[in-house]
Each structure stands twice: as structure tokens, then as C-alpha cells.
Unconditional design. Structure first.
Length: 300
């Protein structure tokens, strides 16, 4: 059952990526990020208040937000800071790059998570995992050659560095999730994470507004902006619910969650009429094959 929740999370995460691309296309990035974040915050604020004022109302519903200690709040705040940094980089990269370039790079997340686990937790890799890493890196290189056909030079394009950095920060967040969810209730983590991300973003958005107006960067409200927050909340709720199952395997859930790139790649590529879909699609399959080998090596 937990695997189905992982797949459902991937579906909503893929749609979330499409809404992001639709929202930032020819639009100011920071207001889009902030208002989408506020949308997710508004979902959890009533739950936080109700859980504090009338706890019996939400008890045993899966929506109850338990109170956290000061130390636990600091841990959630750190997670929010890591994710916000990743989002800022990813949103700017998505504005300037095709979604069929961004999605496969994001698909390499489990590779960097594994390397992080290797360095931080001193885990040892087996043969299957080493092969998976090699396959992923080879197809990632081939994927960079497909980008050249569209005039995107991976070594010289700063937006490529942005999305790579966002992916690395996302991997850090994944490793931190493994740590924090063993100690803090999953609903409390998601609820307060949603609040803190808006708090962290607010001063940067206000500062950015002065720069945006000075540079005459246009911001247009679109209906897809709040849907970014809504679909992310659903995707994360399903993800955390899957992780909360005692039999769930974090490596398998992470790999299933990467299935979101297929949704973003196929539907996003067609919706935005992007180029070289067949070649990039073939290389994406190669990257996902490497991720699958890494996952199988973790499970076996």
C-alpha cells in the first residue's frame, strides 16, 4: 500500500512541476514562489489553530498537528531553509530552461542522496549500486549533448548550475527528512514547514520587489500559481504518509517519487512544444534506469 502512496505522490509532484513552468514563463520568479508558498501555508494554518484550540476535533483524522518543542521547531526551520534555497534556484532555472532539460536533471536526485549517505553515514555500495551510478552519469553526460542542440551549453549556462545546485540541496533535504521524521510527527513537520517557508521568503520577496520594479520585470497573476502550493501539499502529504509505514523503504519511495519527472517531461514537453523530445526522452530513460539499479542495489 505504501508503494501506491509513493506513486500517487509522484503523479501530483509531476503536475506540480508543470504548474511551476506555466507560472514562471515570462513572469517574475520571486512573487510566483512566494504566493504559491502562501497558498500551502493557508491550508495548514487552520489545522495548526484547530489542533491547539480543539484537539479532539482533529484527533485520529490524520490532520492533527501536535505541538512541538523549541528544539523541534528549530529542526523544522532548518529543513525549511534548505528547501527554500533549493526552490529559489529551481524556479529561476525553470524560467530560463526547457522543462525537458530541468526534469531529467532533477531525476538524478537519488544519485546525490546515495552519495551523501555514503559520505555522511559511511554506507558501503554494492556492485549493483556502482553500476547504477555509472549508468546514471553516462546518460547524464549524453543528455548534456542533447542540450547543445538547443544552444544550451551545460558548462557555460548559469541556469544549469542553478538547477544542479537545487538538485543537490534537494538531496540534502531528503537525507535530512530521513533524520527528522524519526523524531518529529510527519504532519507537524509538513504544517510548520509550510509556515516557516513563507516567513523565510517574505524579506527576500520584499527586497526583490525593489529590484523587480527598478528593472521593470513584469509580474502577472495566473491561476496556476496557488495550484503550485496545493499540489505540493498533496504530494508531500502522500510522501510522508508512505514514509510513516513501518514496512516502507525510503530508497524505493524516493525512486518512485522520481517518476514525477516522466509526468513533467511528457506532458510538459507536449504542452510547451519543446524540441528533441525523442532523444532527450531516450536519455531520460537511461538516467531512470541507473536510478532503478541504485534502488535495487539498496533493497537487495
Amino acid at each position: 500500500m505504501w508503494a501506491l502512496f509513493g506513486l500517487a505522490s509522484a503523479l501530483f509532484l509531476g503536475i506540480y512541476d508543470i504548474f511551476k513552468k506555466q507560472s514562471v514563463n515570462n513572469n517574475a520568479v520571486m512573487p510566483v514562489l512566494f504566493f504559491s508558498t502562501v497558498a500551502s501555508t493557508l491550508i495548514f494554518l487552520p489545522l495548526i489553530v484547530l489542533s491547539f484550540q480543539v484537539p479532539d476535533l482533529l484527533a485520529n483524522t490524520g490532520l492533527f498537528v501536535p505541538q512541538l518543542t523549541f528544539n523541534e521547531h528549530l529542526q523544522v526551520l532548518l529543513k525549511s531553509a534548505i528547501v527554500v534555497a533549493s526552490w529559489v534556484l529551481a524556479f529561476f532555472a525553470l524560467k530560463h530552461l526547457p522543462i525537458t532539460i530541468v526534469a531529467p536533471i532533477r531525476a538524478t536526485g537519488p544519485l546525490w542522496t546515495l552519495i551523501g549517505a555514503l559520505l555522511i553515514f559511511h554506507e558501503r555500495l554494492n556492485l549493483c549500486q556502482w553500476i547504477g551510478i555509472l549508468v546514471t552519469l553516462v546518460f547524464f553526460y549524453l543528455f548534456s549533448t542533447a542540450g547543445k542542440l538547443e544552444g544550451i551549453e551545460f558548462k557555460r549556462n548559469k541556469w544549469i548550475y542553478f538547477i544542479v545546485a537545487a538538485t543537490l540541496l534537494g538531496a540534502c533535504s531528503g537525507l535530512y527528512d530521513k533524520f527528522i521524521l524519526r523524531r518529529i510527527d510527519r504532519v507537524a513537520v509538513q504544517a510548520w514547514f509550510s509556515v516557516y517557508q513563507a516567513v523565510i521568503l517574505l524579506p527576500f520577496v520584499l527586497l526583490n520587489e525593489k529590484i523587480r520594479k527598478r528593472k521593470n520585470i513584469h509580474f502577472e497573476w495566473r491561476w496556476t500559481i496557488p495550484l503550485i502550493g496545493v499540489f505540493l501539499v498533496i504530494a508531500d502529504y502522500l510522501y510522508f504518509y508512505a514514509l510513516s509505514n513501518e514496512d516502507a523503504l525510503i530508497s524505493v519511495i524516493s525512486a518512485l517519487r522520481r517518476g514525477s519527472v516522466l509526468v513533467a517531461f511528457v506532458f510538459g514537453g507536449l504542452l510547451f512544444r519543446e524540441q528533441n523530445l525523442k532523444k532527450k526522452g531516450a536519455y531520460l530513460v537511461g538516467i531512470l534506469s541507473g536510478i532503478l539499479l541504485i534502488t535495487l542495489g539498496t533493497v537487495l
